[in-house]
Design a protein around this ligand. Structure first.
Ligand code: AMP
Length: 419
């Protein structure tokens, strides 16, 4: 061990488990790629003001959890705590919304940073795959994203997840609700912090996890009773489309989520095997965000799914991803000349697309065959001095143990056809 350890709240992805993470990222991305979403990558840090305005001044993410710093050049930056604000910033900067093809559909995958109290499923560095559909107000788009997330989880074999759905209203009806909720909250026995939050962003109090608070919220007014006709109709259409797609969901009238920018459709994916950090993903519509960061009106919808927690959910359900071994052929040279010849064969195999590895470090036969076994390769190629003299190489089937001699000039084609 070195003197150093991974910083608090972080962990390393290490083989073989790291393959699970890659597979999860792939599985989440696949339905998006298949549905017209283009890949976008933005910097790991942004102007701090983007998040303050975009995510919300009163959110925990901005007030407590952001890694904000000043550069030597005097810029105020922050490691990105989430993806939506950056993606929208980038889309606006590149004028993607002006290309005349709305919605702009984008997907991303990357690392995010929040200075949180670490626990299982909650880290200071974590990984998300996300999708944003920018510039269209269409319930089918909200439905599409929910359906694609459901498809991603199902393709991984997850079953014990639930989709919680709510509508947060819009600029017309939410202020009326907000005032009613504020009135209600002012009459409760709440600590100073929470009362302050009730003044700045009362909806977020609904999200308070403390039982003492939740108990008092029993009779709180609910947004669904305040939705304007347009929001009601929109939400009903989203619900119908998801239902028609055979995707089960639960209405959760108290779902608000920890980011300020959401309007109308809001959803969260929770997994019942994860204990307190049960949210595996979430998202919703954010019709006002573009204007909040200085852009034009661009109604949009998106989600982000947590890769770390999805992997934990797989573990909780005992799902083993069927990940084929990455190495197909493992080459074992015995002697100097064999090493040169076989190394060239490995290079050739790799060129034609056969995954091949090599026994390095001049190992003897026994240790090299152990390495071949560990690699999970289907075939071992063993080249000794006598084989070399005869212009052939031993091809050992690692499953059956059967061994055949194949001409050195034919072995690449032979393996290509066998695999
Ligand atoms: P949020 O933007 O907070 O809704 O996060 C979206 C998803 O990212 C969550 O559902 C989690 O799966 C994941 N996530 C958020 N914060 C963390 C964290 N600190 N550690 C691990 N995963 C996280």
């Amino acid at each position: 061990m070195s003197t150093f350890k991974a910083p608090k709240g972080t962990y390393d992805l290490i083989p073989p488990q790291s393959a699970q993470y890659l597979a999860v990222r792939e599985a989440i991305a696949a339905p998006l790629r298949n549905s017209g979403y283009g890949y976008i990558e933005t910097p790991g840090f942004e102007n701090v003001e983007l998040f303050a305005r975009g995510v919300g001044e009163s959110t925990d993410i901005v007030t407590k959890e952001m890694y904000a710093f000043e550069t030597k050049g005097g810029d105020r930056l922050a490691l990105r705590p989430e993806g939506t604000a950056s993606v929208l910033r980038a889309a606006l900067e590149a004028n993607l919304h002006k290309a005349g093809n709305l919605p702009v559909k984008l997907w991303y995958s990357g690392s995010y940073y929040r200075y949180e109290r670490p626990q299982k499923g909650r880290y200071r560095h974590f990984s998300q795959v996300g999708a944003e559909a920018i510039g269209a107000e269409d319930p089918a788009l909200d439905a599409e994203l929910i359906i694609l997330a459901d498809q991603a989880y199902r393709s991984l074999g997850l079953r014990q997840f639930r989709i919680l759905l709510n509508s947060l209203g819009d600029a017309e009806c939410r202020p009326v609700y907000r005032a009613a909720l504020q009135d209600f909250l002012r009459g409760l026995d709440l600590d100073e912090d929470t009362l302050r939050r009730a003044e700045i962003n009362p909806l977020r109090v609904l999200d308070d996890k403390r039982e003492s608070v939740q108990k008092q919220l029993t009779g709180a007014p609910l947004l669904r009773d305040y939705l304007c006709d347009a929001c009601k109709a929109y939400h009903e259409e989203v619900r119908e489309l998801i239902t028609a797609a055979g995707v089960a969901f639960e209405d959760d009238p108290k779902l608000v989520r920890g980011l300020d920018y959401y309007t109308r459709t809001t959803f969260e994916f929770v997994h019942d095997g994860l204990g307190s950090q049960s949210a595996v993903g979430g998202g919703g519509r954010y019709d006002g965000l573009s204007e909040m960061i200085g852009g034009p009106a661009l109604p949009s919808v998106g989600w982000a799914l947590g890769v770390d927690r999805t992997v934990l959910a797989l573990e909780a359900e005992g799902v083993e991803l069927d990940l084929p071994s990455t190495t197909s052929v493992f080459a074992v040279p015995l002697g100097e000349e064999a090493r040169r010849v076989l190394f060239a064969k490995v290079t050739e195999l790799r060129k034609v697309g056969v995954a091949a590895d090599f026994s390095y470090g001049g190992k003897g036969l026994k240790a090299a065959m152990k390495a071949a076994n560990r690699s999970g390769a289907r075939y071992a190629l063993v080249l000794g001095e006598r084989d070399l003299a005869e212009g052939q190489v031993q091809v050992k089937d690692m499953e059956s143990g059967e061994q055949t001699a194949v001409g050195l000039n034919e072995v690449v084609a032979e393996l290509e056809s066998r695999l």
